[in-house]
Design a protein around this ligand. Structure first.
Ligand SMILES: NC(=O)c1ccc[n+]([C@@H]2O[C@H](COP(=O)([O-])OP(=O)(O)OC[C@H]3O[C@@H](n4cnc5c(N)ncnc54)[C@H](OP(=O)(O)O)[C@@H]3O)[C@@H](O)[C@H]2O)c1
Length: 271
C-alpha cells in the first residue's frame, strides 16, 4: 500500500498501531512520522522502530496520506486548535474515545474522517476495532483505514455511529473486565493452595481455550456451560455461588454504566 502516515500521539495505542503497520509492511519506517509532546517517548520510538519523529504536530502532518489521532480525550482540544485547517486531502483516523465524527469534522475543519474504537489487545495484533467513516471518505482512503485497523486484529466497519459508544463499553473497556476476572480466579486458586505460577498458567489457558471453544464450535455459551455442569457436581456448586453474588447482573450494570459514561464524554463539549 505504501502511504505516508503521521501519528499525533505516540503513546500505548500509537505504538501498537506503528508496530502492526510495520509488521504487515503497510508502510516502511521512513513513511511514518510520530509527533508527541514527550521527547523521551519520541526518542524511544525512533530507536525501536526507525520512524521519523517530530515535536511539531503541524510539521508532522505535511505531505502525509493518513493522520492518526491517538491522543487522550483531554488533550484533543489542544491538538484541534493546533491542526484546525491544516489538513488537506489526508484521511484523519481518530481512535479518541468519545470524539464523534461531527465533532472531529468541525474541530479540524475537515471532512474525510474515520472514527475507530480499538482495544488494548491491539498491542499483540489480537484486538477488535469498530470503525465508521464520513461519506466524504473515498474508496482508497477506506481501504487504507481498513488495512491499518486490520493490522491491530479484527476490524468491523459499521454504518451507525451509536455502535462506537457501545463498543467503547464492551470491547474498548472489555480487556479490563476480563483481566479482573483472570486476577480473581488466580487469587482464588492461590487461596485454595495452588502455587501462583501454576494458578496463572491454568487460568490463562482456561480463558484462552474457552474463548476458542465458543468460536470453533459456534455453540451458545450456555449450551457449552450446561455440558460441563453435572447434576449435583462441583461446577454447579460454583455457578450457584456466582449467581448468588449477582455476577451476571453486575456485568449488565457495569456495561450500562460504561456506555452511559462513553455517551457523556460527547457532552456539551464534544457534540
Ligand atoms: N489504551 C487503550 O486500550 C485504548 C483503547 C481504545 C481507544 N483508546 C484511545 O486511544 C487514545 C490514545 O490512548 P493511549 O492509551 O495510547 O494514550 P497515551 O498512552 O497517553 O498516549 C497519548 C500520547 O499523546 C501525547 N500527547 C499529549 N498531548 C499531545 C499533543 N498536544 N500533541 C501530540 N501528542 C500529545 C501524550 O504525551 P504525555 O503522556 O506526555 O501527555 C502521550 O504520549 C485515547 O484517546 C483513548 O481514548 C485507547
Amino acid at each position: 500500500m505504501k502511504i505516508g502516515i503521521a501519528f499525533i500521539g505516540g503513546g500505548v495505542m500509537g505504538e501498537a498501531m506503528i508496530n502492526g503497520i510495520l509488521e504487515r509492511k503497510l508502510a516502511s519506517p521512513g513513511d511514518i512520522t510520530v509527533s508527541d509532546v514527550d521527547p523521551e517517548r519520541l526518542n524511544g520510538l525512533s530507536q525501536k522502530y526507525g520512524v521519523r519523529v517530530s515535536k511539531d504536530n503541524r510539521a508532522a502532518v505535511q505531505q502525509t496520506d493518513v493522520v492518526v489521532l491517538a491522543v487522550k480525550p483531554q488533550t484533543l482540544d489542544e491538538v484541534m486548535a493546533d491542526l484546525s485547517g491544516q489538513l488537506k486531502q489526508q484521511l484523519l483516523l481518530s481512535i479518541v474515545a468519545g470524539a464523534s465524527l461531527s465533532f472531529l469534522c468541525e474541530g479540524f475543519s475537515h471532512r474525510q474522517v474515520v472514527r475507530a474504537m480499538p482495544n488494548a489487545a491491539a498491542r499483540i495484533g489480537e484486538g477488535i476495532t469498530l470503525w465508521m467513516a464520513t461519506k466524504q471518505v473515498g474508496k482508497r482512503q477506506r481501504a487504507w483505514a481498513c488495512s491499518i485497523l486490520a493490522a491491530l486484529g479484527k476490524e468491523i466497519c459499521i454504518e451507525e455511529e451509536k455502535f462506537i459508544d457501545m463498543a467503547t463499553a464492551v470491547s474498548g473497556s472489555g480487556p479490563a473486565y476480563i483481566l479482573l476476572v483472570i486476577e480473581a480466579i488466580i487469587d482464588a486458586a492461590v487461596h485454595i493452595g495452588l502455587p501462583r505460577t501454576l494458578a496463572e498458567e491454568m487460568t490463562l489457558q482456561t480463558v484462552l481455550g474457552t474463548a476458542r471453544l465458543v468460536k470453533v464450535t459456534g455453540k451458545h455459551p450456555a449450551e457449552l456451560r450446561n455440558a460441563v455442569t453435572s447434576p449435583g457436581g462441583t461446577t454447579a456448586e460454583a455457578l450457584l455461588q456466582l449467581e448468588r453474588g449477582g455476577l451476571r447482573a453486575l456485568f449488565g450494570q457495569a456495561i450500562v454504566a460504561a456506555h452511559e459514561k462513553a455517551k457523556s464524554l460527547q457532552g456539551p463539549r464534544l457534540k
